[in-house]
Ligand binder design. Structure first.
Ligand code: ADP
Ligand code: MG
Length: 354
């Protein structure tokens, strides 16, 4: 008799979920992107115990229609993609319809949502991808309830059924900081949307960004006045040969030489928050030629690359992207940064020692 057998569906789902949601910050990122995709202009995040006990996100976006609620947490159900080819022209963060499903396999998920055309809001609870009753004996369907337009999703007891993952998490405080950092980065990148983050039960917010704040004010609120006062805008158009459509961003000038443990680097490529280590390394190299030893810059860059040469689907958390002409694109971005740093009109003179 052979030894290979099919895994139980619930095991498959849990394993898949564990690849996408490694810590509360991954769940938060997915839900934040959903709120932005839904056209929200205000997004509030509340966390208890670093998001492990409670992670709640409320938005004023489109809401979910009542008829969609029964399949909301089923795997591969999405309103954003219908053919494989659509992947090449996406302008939403989501596309796989996996996030809420995953979360529902490793946590208790509940939703309160209202579209502008619905006379009331609807509340329901999910477990293992399916609607479940709020209390034993009740029916599982969406319940009508008073509420505002938009969506509130509450995730409770993350990894309650995944003890090894629960044990591998950092302290509540560290998990909270990871959540905060995700929201901070989206707050820098997403104009015209207000954000707040707070620990449950505390009266003050850990982050408040108003919808009307411009990028400089956002950088000031998130990072510091000294970054905001020493910022240079980066803007460049079309390098069609290498498929780079646009580079935008804000980088610190050479007067900003804060002694930080690590550089503050935020990259979005085609609107996705990514790590791009080769680009980061090259940029830090440029700065290190000018800045005093130990000083670290602030860099926020948003690249827009021809979607046809970008593969966004190589990583379960979508954290990495692959693209064609990577070296040429990195070289080009480095040139822009280099010349922006050299052109700054200030009294400081410097000499490159490369
Ligand atoms: P994806 O974002 O890849 O489509 P998700 O599992 O993240 O998959 O979400 C499934 C669907 O639920 C989305 O396609 C969207 O229609 C709906 N949805 C999720 N969150 C929200 C929200 N905050 N507001 C409105 N609709 C939402
Ligand atoms: Mg999504």
């Amino acid at each position: 008799m052979g030894v290979i057998k099919a895994l139980d569906q619930s095991v498959v789902n849990k394993i898949a979920a564990g690849e996408i949601i490694i810590a509360p910050a991954n769940a938060l990122k997915e839900m934040l992107e959903n709120s932005i995709d839904a056209g929200s202009t205000n997004i509030q995040v509340v966390a208890k115990d670093g998001g492990i006990k409670v992670l709640q996100i409320s938005d004023n976006g489109s809401g979910v229609m009542k008829d969609d609620l029964p399949i909301l947490c089923q795997r591969f159900t999405t309103s954003k993609l219908s053919t494989f080819e659509d992947l090449g022209s996406l302008n939403t963060y989501g596309f796989r319809g996996e996030a809420l499903a995953s979360i529902s396999h490793i946590a208790h998920l509940s939703i309160l949502t209202k579209t502008k055309d619905s006379p009331c809001a609807w509340a329901c609870h999910y477990s293992q991808g399916k609607l479940v009753p709020a209390k034993a004996g009740e029916s599982p369907g969406p319940k009508p309830i008073a509420g505002k337009n938009g969506t509130q999703i509450t995730v409770e007891n993350l990894f309650y059924n995944f003890s090894s993952r629960l044990k591998s998490l950092k302290s509540s405080n560290e998990e909270f900081i990871k959540i905060l950092e995700v929201v901070q980065k989206y707050a820098i990148h997403t104009a015209n949307v207000g954000f707040s983050v707070k620990k449950l039960g505390e009266s003050h917010n850990s982050l408040t960004i108003r919808e009307s704040q411009n990028i400089k004010e956002r950088i000031r609120a998130v990072y510091s006045s000294s970054v905001a006062n020493n910022i240079i805008p980066i803007e460049s158009q079309d390098m069609a040969e290498i498929g780079l459509k646009e580079v935008n961003g804000q980088i610190s000038n050479l007067n900003y030489n804060a002694n930080k443990k690590k550089a503050q680097v935020v990259f979005f490529i085609n609107n996705r928050l990514v790590d791009c280590d080769p680009l980061k390394k090259s940029l830090l190299n440029i700065y290190s030629a000018y800045l005093p030893k130990g000083a670290k810059p602030f860099v926020y860059l948003s690249l827009s690359i021809n979607p046809a040469q970008l593969d966004v689907n190589i990583h379960p958390t979508k954290k990495e992207v692959r693209f064609l002409h990577e070296e040429e694109i990195i070289d080009f971005v480095c040139q822009i940064v280099q010349s922006a740093l050299s052109n700054v009109d200030d009294s400081r003179t410097f000499r490159a020692v490369r």
